[in-house]
Write a protein that binds this ligand. Structure first.
Ligand code: IVH
Length: 676
């Protein structure tokens, strides 16, 4: 740690907070980052380090403080400052014209203008800012009372904890501001979240809206923080001082204050322009990275809005003009099972082809066996299919048909449909035990090993791998390093130069970081993040391979499921043999990201905290240890190196004394962290 005086540290912390805030804004709101992820991480780490050294200088609006509150017992109810109205929706162009007619008649105006924007498919939230600081956020609930989700909303990176003050008179920050917006999930994020949770055997979310709502309404904000939620804001519900005169200006103000607003919007001078905006956005819909289900047509001038007023649940000055729905009904013709890279068996429904929002759908994923049982989908059933983006759609629900005679419930096969090996079960998912003998797995494993985030072997793509496996040239990962140029030249599409390039790429991949190597092994549940954690904690492949389930579980962020997956992978003889052969063929594994690594003076040291700490929260203390490479566990054993005893320490302290473990006072612990 560099030596700064307290005052210097305070100054530097403020500068870092502003800098990080600006980059959050550029990245999450403007989608226009100016610095690399690594640079961002460096700034963030510098700030967290300073905050750990000066805990009393941490401000609540610091970017590090987005998570931190302990889990709640329940979400408390809050009354909205103004009722959160909903919108009347129409799908028929004639109804839109009728709306325009009514509006002009009631206002006795020849022409009016509208602001039109996409209708985001998420859940509506109320955000309250006092003196520019985010103080409260709530779900819509019944429109009058919602749930307090302030701490969960704080984890959204696109939500400014502190608003930016505008420069002009018009954009001055109101001291009190209530904003309405929509929390949603991008399609790509939704799909990877579903993949993650079904791998754990949990129920997949039916659509991005449910995923957003389920993620925001968590009792534990750390779970929300892991969920990729996005935000857009579209209304000032209340503010001190006079609000902007038009809806268009309202959006401008929100934008200037640093809040994310709808990406598309148009000021329309006539209802015909509204119609064409609707058509344009509908055709754009397929290419948008998130779900929208229509456009919202809002009368632009506030005075017109006020003149028309509202009904009990919806304004009379705005409507939702919906798109044609993307849910369709069809029949399940068959349920088949596909085998993935890690051998996981995934049931797929083959559907009677049906057009959903302009795309013909003939397959839908059923995620896993539990999901099939939960939805009770059987061959021959009538189902509703829903499409989210351009990936394989999902079955939303079964539609019971009166008098239907149903087939037997679906059962997972006992044998792998690709190689015939036995199928084993682990929680909700089933997998083929064939591993090296299963072509589906070998090809998948090789593709993954060669991929960008793993060994990054350029020129070794899916087609080449398929040929290598089908011709018997490669049966496992290690075989890649026995390939000769002559063998490569026998493959379709290779000439002298391309074969040399591939040989060179394979040779170059022999120098690999531990993190990438671990990713490349394709261990179930071990992706980039966990591979990074393992590499940092264990340092060498030998140490990872020597660890058992308990040792893995002691690592922060590694839960029982990942620990058991790691243990069974490294226990398996076949896997160990492949790793040995890889090393024999000259693979050289460097300790992970050496350049980025902080000094790890507490490497392999285990700490236990007991009693009440005064200067640190438990979480801060834990982070302090982990940053220096140490581990924190909850119980004292022979493996424990230090016990930090706060006030009123009890049985753990006694146990430490009994085992002769070094006991530190809080002050000693704090001094230890500072020295290192
Ligand atoms: S305006 C009084 N604008 O649609 C104004 N709503 O069916 C009421 N929504 O509950 C809302 N995008 O959750 C408005 N650009 C947008 C919107 C939007 C999505 C949602 C909102 C509301 C529902 C109404």
């Amino acid at each position: 740690m560099k030596h700064l005086t307290r005052a210097e540290a305070g100054k530097r912390m403020e500068a870092l907070r502003n800098e990080i805030r600006r980059h959050d804004y550029l990245y999450y709101v403007k989608d226009r980052p100016e610095i690399s992820d690594a640079e961002y991480d460096r700034l963030f780490r510098e700030l967290s380090d300073l905050e750990a050294a000066y805990p009393d200088l941490v401000t609540p609006d610091s970017p590090t403080q987005r998570v931190g509150a302990p889990p709640l017992a329940e979400l408390t109810k809050v009354q909205h400052e103004r009722p959160m109205l909903s919108l009347d929706s129409v799908a028929d162009p004639e109804e839109v014209r009728a709306f325009d007619k009514r509006v002009r008649r009631e206002l006795s105006l020849e022409t009016v203008h509208y602001t039109v924007e996409p209708k985001y498919d998420g859940l509506s939230v109320e955000l309250v800012y006092d003196k520019g600081g985010f103080v409260r956020g709530a779900t819509r609930g019944d429109g009058t009372t919602g749930e307090d989700v302030t701490i969960n909303l704080r984890t959204l990176r696109s939500l400014p904890l502190q608003l930016q003050a505008g420069h002009s008179q018009a954009s001055q920050l109101p001291s009190h501001l209530v904003v309405r917006g929509e929390v949603y999930m991008r399609l790509e994020d939704f799909q990877s979240l579903n993949r993650r949770i079904t791998e754990r055997g949990e129920e997949a979310f039916a659509n991005p809206r449910n995923a957003a709502s389920g993620s925001l309404r968590q009792l534990d904000s750390r779970i929300t923080a892991e969920r990729p939620l996005a935000l857009t804001c579209y209304e000032i519900m209340a503010q001190s001082g006079s609000p902007p005169p038009t809806h268009w200006d309202e959006l401008d103000s929100l934008e200037r204050w640093g809040l994310p607003i709808p990406l598309q919007r148009r000021r329309c001078e006539s209802i015909d322009e509204v119609m064409s905006f609707h058509a344009e956005i509908e055709s754009l819909r397929e290419r948008l990275p998130f779900e929208i289900d229509g456009v919202v047509v809002k009368l632009n001038r506030r005075e017109w809005q006020q003149a028309l007023g509202e009904k009990s649940r919806s304004p009379r000055w705005a409507i939702a003009y919906k798109f044609t729905p993307r849910k369709e009904i069809t029949q399940v013709q068959d349920i088949v099972v596909s085998v993935g890279r890690t051998g996981t068996l995934t049931p797929l429904a083959l559907l009677k082809p049906v057009e959903v929002g302009g795309v013909t759908i003939s397959r839908a994923t059923l995620h896993n066996a539990d999901e099939v049982a939960r939805k009770d989908v059987r061959v021959g059933d009538t189902v509703k299919v829903e499409r989210a983006g351009d990936v394989i759609p999902a079955i939303a629900e079964r539609v019971p048909v009166e008098g239907e005679r149903r087939a037997e419930p679906f059962r997972m096969p006992d044998r792998c449909p690709v190689c015939g090996s036995a199928v084993a079960r682990e929680g909700a998912y089933y997998y083929c035990t064939g591993q090296a003998a299963c072509p589906a797995q070998i090809k998948g494993a090789l593709e993954h090993f060669a991929s960008k985030s793993a060994l990054n072997i350029e020129g070794l793509g899916r087609k080449t791998i398929a040929q290598l496996v089908e011709r018997g040239l490669v049966r496992d990962l290690a075989d890649l390093y026995t390939l000769t140029k002559d063998q490569i030249l026998t493959l379709d599409g290779f000439a002298d130069r391309s074969a040399s390039l591939l040989m060179a790429a394979i040779e170059a991949s022999k120098q690999v970081s531990l993190e990438r190597f671990l990713i490349g092994l394709g261990i179930r549940q071990v992706g980039q993040h966990i591979a990074g954690v393992l590499a940092r904690q264990f340092g060498t492949l030998q140490a990872v391979m020597a660890a058992d389930r308990e040792t893995f579980e002691r690592v922060h962020e590694i839960g029982p499921e990942i620990a058991s997956s790691l243990e069974s992978f490294f226990k398996e003889d076949h896997n160990r043999r492949v790793i040995e052969r890889l090393l024999r063929h000259g693979l050289s594994i460097e300790a992970s990201a050496t350049a980025e690594r902080l000094p790890q003076p507490l490497e392999r040291k285990t700490f236990v905290f007991t009693g009440a700490l005064e200067r640190f929260s438990r979480e801060e203390a834990k982070r302090g240890v982990e940053r220096l490479g140490g581990r924190v566990t909850s119980s004292v054993s022979k493996e424990t190196d230090y016990v930090v005893a706060g006030k009123d320490a009890g049985s753990k302290l006694e146990e430490a004394r009994r085992l002769g473990i070094r006991v530190l006072s809080e002050a000693e612990f704090s001094a230890l962290l500072e020295q290192l």
